[in-house]
Design a binder for this molecule. Structure first.
Ligand code: CU
Length: 325
């Protein structure tokens, strides 16, 4: 009995077992991990990015993305030539995890919150762009190669790359120049920059009002200026409107295009609407008008006037104007 078993284990079957152990890893479909977004401990600095934003995998592999920010994002793969819909429309519609993307039908998550995960399987070879429906300059590339091809990197490389890219975004201080406090009664809104890699675009956005508290005299005007390259913000006193894009009806337009309101009581509701840099002119699009990047409020009564950005107040984007006689 013992002899026949040992013959069995050390005979031709053993060769087959060994061959199986060597081939098994190549036959197993790999499961890769990546991260969506990065943020500072205060949530003020938001890295709007797929981390890393370029990954090489085999056909049949899957990638699981984990959300790492309180700023929402979507993970979206569109079809060739498709234009990004708003986040609430999807691509259109939404998928559930795990989803499968081969380039023929779009795949998108709903807006995702911190800690949420989503897995996509890639059965077909190709080079696929991943985008966020919230953030224009948040893109990446997934290279899906034939299973016979050698992959250039392993998971440890991508983990390190994700950390490096996140650090490059969150520790970047270039935009502090444009965040400098302006003269007089001015408040700088936001700030940030777009950082490109070969795989796509990452964006840093600072979700704060520079000088969160400002003191002015009755009759004076405060001016807010959005210096972010892409991210919209609002200046909202009182009740937040259901649609944050247009200004409230009590907002007028100054000769230089800036929006302007007068606040006569601490109970006034005033909303700037989106203040945001203009998109770039493109072939096939009408000339883009200059963006409305400034909002002014004239205060006629003393008091404390708290305000917030209706989009980013949950990240801590709030301020106050103290009006003294
Ligand atoms: Cu904001």
């Amino acid at each position: 009995m013992r002899k026949s078993l040992s013959l069995y284990l050390f005979g031709p079957t053993r060769l087959l077992l060994l061959a199986g152990l060597v081939l098994l890893p190549q036959l197993l479909l790999a499961q890769w991990n990546a991260t969506i977004g990065a943020q500072s401990s205060t949530h003020a600095r938001q890295g709007l990015a797929f981390l890393p934003n370029e990954i090489w995998i085999h056909a049949g592999d899957s990638i699981t993305w984990t959300m790492a920010t309180d700023e929402p994002h979507t993970l979206s793969f569109l079809t060739a030539g498709q234009i990004r819909n708003p986040f609430f429309v999807g691509c259109p519609g939404f998928n559930s995890s795990p989803a499968t993307y081969d380039g023929s039908t779009c795949v998108t998550t709903p807006p995702m919150g911190n800690g949420q995960v989503f897995t996509v399987f890639f059965p077909a070879t190709g080079n696929f762009k991943v985008v966020c429906l919230f953030h224009e300059n948040m893109t990446g590339t997934i290279h899906v190669l034939d299973t016979s091809a050698q992959l250039p990197h392993d998971q440890a490389f991508y983990d390190n790359k994700a950390r490096t890219e996140a650090g490059a975004l969150l520790n970047d201080l270039d935009q502090m120049q444009s965040m400098q406090h302006g003269s007089g009664n001015s408040v700088i809104v936001g700030g940030g920059e777009v950082i490109a890699t070969a795989g796509g675009s990452d964006t840093l956005s600072i979700m704060r009002f520079k000088h969160q508290a400002i003191t002015v005299h009755v009759g004076e005007t405060v001016e807010w200026t959005n210096v972010d390259s892409i991210t919209p913000h609002t200046i909202t006193f009182g009740t937040e409107p259901p649609n944050p894009i247009p200004p409230s009806p009590n907002v007028t337009v100054d000769a230089d295009g800036a929006r302007h309101a007068t606040i006569t009581s601490t109970s006034d509701n005033v909303h700037s609407g989106f203040i945001q840099a203009a998109p770039q002119d493109r072939v096939g699009l009408a000339q883009a008008p200059p963006g409305v990047t400034r909002f002014r409020v004239t205060f006629t009564k003393p008091g404390n006037y708290p305000y917030k950005c209706a989009l980013h107040d949950l990240l801590g984007m709030k301020g106050v104007v103290r009006v003294i006689p």
